[in-house]
Write a protein that binds this ligand. Structure first.
Ligand code: AR6
Length: 172
């Protein structure tokens, strides 16, 4: 994993402040906004964002859809719908991996040079944080191995949350 560490950054930030090509929202299937990071993104982007989202027909769990970013400093928002944690026997791990995989495919297909992920599913959706960090990093590293040249930022909302990723980078 160390080989690609110059392409991965772990930061503590409000994701709405990041000037990157795309930020990844932890959305719900309606794509019409909510609490947590989703609420913060919609507030900062302004009402045009929900207007565009309303044209998309929602999004399945594990999938992503991309919109403009309106008043945000980034260029695009990738809305990922993470799984609700129901104990781990409902394909939660595969669905979370699929969010990261699909967001990175969108980044590749659209020549995005930097992408910042929120910690999808680890808030109200209750996904265990250590396992979510491992899944996120494994999926990101698979894309870097396959040749994605961009910068990947993992945007944590607290210093504590960064530890899950740092542990994983040194032990995975
Ligand atoms: N910047 C970066 N990270 C943030 C921010 C922010 N401004 N605000 C919160 N986080 P959550 P989920 C972190 O609950 O678990 C919404 O209502 C937070 O600390 O936002 O995928 C949606 O509409 C946590 O680490 O997302 C869905 O209904 C991470 O973002 C549902 O919540 C994800 O927490 C999705 O739940």
């Amino acid at each position: 994993m160390e080989t690609y560490s110059n392409q991965i950054k772990i930061v503590v930030a409000d994701i709405t402040t990041l000037k990157v090509d795309a930020i990844v929202n932890a959305a719900n299937r309606s794509l019409l906004g909510g609490g947590g990071v989703d609420g913060a993104i919609h507030r900062a982007a302004g009402p045009e964002l929900v207007r565009e989202c309303a044209t998309l027909g929602g999004c399945e769990t594990g999938q992503c859809k991309m919109t403009d970013a309106y008043r945000l400093p980034c260029k695009k928002v990738i809305h990922a719908v993470g799984p609700v944690w129901h104990g781990g026997s409902h394909q939660e791990r595969q669905l979370l991996a699929s969010c990261y995989d699909n967001a990175l495919k969108l980044a590749e297909d659209n020549q995005l040079e930097s992408i910042a992920f929120s910690c999808i599913s680890t808030g109200v959706y209750g996904f265990p944080k250590a396992e979510a960090a491992r899944i996120a990093l494994q999926t990101i590293f698979a894309h870097l191995r396959d040749g994605y040249q961009g910068q990947v930022i993992i945007c944590c909302f607290s210093e504590e949350d960064t530890e899950y990723y740092k542990d994983c980078l040194s032990n995975c």
